[in-house]
Design a protein around this ligand. Structure first.
Ligand SMILES: Cc1cc2nc3c(=O)[nH]c(=O)nc-3n(C[C@H](O)[C@H](O)[C@H](O)COP(=O)(O)O)c2cc1C
Length: 359
């Protein structure tokens, strides 16, 4: 485990090992979207990770899609998050906030009363989502953002980044995959806009590029990262031609390269897009100069081997961190890993979150 457990650097953030805790939505915020003591205990218990990426946090009420997920949209939210960052720092760790605007992947019952659902184009995502109040419900019909509103959403990400630093986070990761708002702009099937934020590949990448410029401009590129999974069809993302995926992501990574982002967080798999042959990690190595975090279905040995072979600089683990808060120590000692309990992934309360972690 020498490579995995060796020190490294994510831009301005120095880390004692290359084990990253991947972002995981766990729905333990308050109904109103505030961070809780329980969340502080959960993240604090994982402070030995080289870097923790939080669950997705909405930069505005409109950007919230799921029940009991957190929002960071103003100073009234800071106390909750300070408890989280304090707990991680007290344990000697580092934690960055993942900015996740859900766009059309949302339901009104999961939002504050009267808050709408928006998207690049007025196209409903196929499928259902869970709500506390009404059980499974079809996704909302989104309203298409006007050009000026798109610029306002870019500003929400800027405000998010500033608030994240006030809350004591070490940086910000922009969630650019899994069918949420930046991914909705990137895909040809979800972005039918004819203004400057659509139409051509330059148009489709403009929103995520402006978001990253705004975040990096606010807190520094050395504390800014991006998460991608080219070709991931999750939440009904569609590209008309498989070739669109590679063209889009090459254009995006080329456009943001001069920013010098601290890390690019790449999910290596993209099963589900028929006809697509694309090595996400190879493309990222070619077009990104900072730290490359690889993700998806690694264990300690395969992660160590990938870093030793130069495939990536760090590896993130999601599911292994659920029942193994001490994952880094277990990797070091070669201890067997506990299996998580899938029944408590999104349930309220401590069960499966801070207590009774293993199945
Ligand atoms: C319960 C759960 C919640 C997740 N929530 C998020 C999220 O909020 N943001 C995100 O980028 N990925 C999210 N993911 C995806 C994980 O970060 C990761 O990409 C995936 O689980 C594969 O990594 P693994 O094989 O190490 O588990 C979530 C995964 C799980 C299991």
């Amino acid at each position: 485990m020498d490579a995995l457990l060796s020190p490294g650097r994510f831009g301005d953030i120095e880390v004692p090992n290359r084990v990253v805790m991947a972002p995981m939505t766990r729905s333990r915020a308050t109904v109103a979207g505030d961070a809780t003591e329980l969340m502080a205990a959960h993240y604090g218990a994982r402070a030995t990770a080289g870097l923790i990426v939080t669950e997705g946090i909405a930069p505005s009420e409109v950007g919230k899609g799921y029940c009991r997920t957190p929002v960071l949209d103003g100073p009234q939210r800071l106390d909750g998050w300070r408890r989280v960052t304090d707990a991680v720092h007290a344990g000697g760790g580092r934690i960055v906030a993942q900015a996740m605007h859900c766009g059309r992947v949302a339901h009104a019952a999961n939002k504050a009363p009267g808050v709408e659902t928006v998207a690049p184009s007025a196209i409903r995502a196929e499928g259902d989502m869970y709500t506390d109040a009404e059980g499974m419900q079809p996704f909302d019909d989104p309203r298409a953002l006007t050009t000026d509103e798109v610029r306002s959403v870019v500003d929400e990400y800027r405000r998010f980044a500033a608030l994240a630093m006030d809350a004591g986070f070490d940086g910000v990761e922009v969630h650019g995959t899994s069918g949420y708002l930046p991914a909705q702009f990137l895909c040809t099937g979800t972005n039918l806009r004819t203004d400057t934020y659509g139409g051509t590949v330059e148009g489709r990448i403009r929103f995520p590029v402006e978001v990253l410029e705004a975040v990096a401009g606010e807190i520094g590129a050395g504390r800014t990262g991006l998460r991608i999974c080219p070709g991931n069809p999750f939440n009904d993302l569609v590209d008309e031609r498989p070739g669109d995926v590679e063209e889009t992501f090459r254009a995006l990574l080329t456009a943001i390269r001069p920013l010098g982002l601290a890390w690019l967080h790449v999910i290596r798999r993209h099963e589900g897009t028929p006809g697509l042959v694309l090595d996400n990690l190879a493309m990222a190595r070619e077009l990104h100069d900072g730290m490359l975090i690889a993700n998806d279905s690694y264990d300690g040995s395969s992660a160590d081997a990938a870093i030793a072979a130069g495939e990536c600089g760090a590896v993130s683990f999601a599911r292994h961190f659920l029942a193994n808060p001490d994952l880094v120590d277990r990797f070091g000692a070669g201890t067997a890993l506990e299996r998580f309990d899938a029944r408590t992934l999104y349930t309220p309360g401590p069960e499966g979150y801070t207590v009774n972690l293993a199945r």
